[in-house]
Design a protein around this ligand. Sequence first.
Ligand code: GSH
Length: 210
Amino acid sequence: MDRPVLHIGNKRYSSWSLRAWLILRKAGIDFDEALVPLYTPQTRQAVSDLSPGGSVPALTTQHGTFWDSLAIAEWAAERVPGLWPEHEGRRALARAAVCRMHAGFTALRGQCAMDIARTPQAVALNADTRADIAAIQALWNDVGSVDGPWLFGRWSIADAFFTPVAVRFYTFDIPLHAGAQDYCDKLLADEDYAAWRSAALAETLPGPAG
Ligand SMILES: N[C@@H](CCC(=O)N[C@@H](CS)C(=O)NCC(=O)O)C(=O)O
């Protein structure tokens, strides 16, 4: 079979693409990347042509192209053991944490968009964003690992879903509790994230501001 192709947006800005890409990398799945430049007049058509979902990331396999970071995560987890925690209860909790990230924290996502090249700088955060930041730290604290450095012990899909949050916390210079800060530092020091970041910093594509 041909290698799967992961269609991604700009590495600098596409937080959902980063999640899917990290998961495939950590899974050790051999894949090709295809960039769909965001923020161009052709973007909408290009993502609509890719799949009915009309968004990136999207993954092309021998069975066609499907979309959504969480669907791609589950596709990888069906092929490679260990991407979710082994213990049934921890696995359910990890899925719940991922679902909450996937569906929520919209104020943080709206006010503090991911821009990997942003010079760290604080902004006046609105009340909803502050509430999201508090909720994320409480969630990390509640589900936090007792047996390893990552959120659920060894690295899991949950860590991929929270990596772009760590980028936002860092680039918006958001003060965190000590445990949350340690966890963010761990996510940002990850070697696969570092590879993505280097490529993001080398991009010369137009951004949301044109
Ligand atoms: N729920 C989707 C969200 C994907 C998404 O919003 N992707 C953005 C880029 S980060 C996109 O495709 N934007 C292009 C457009 O809407 O035209 C996922 O988890 O993959």
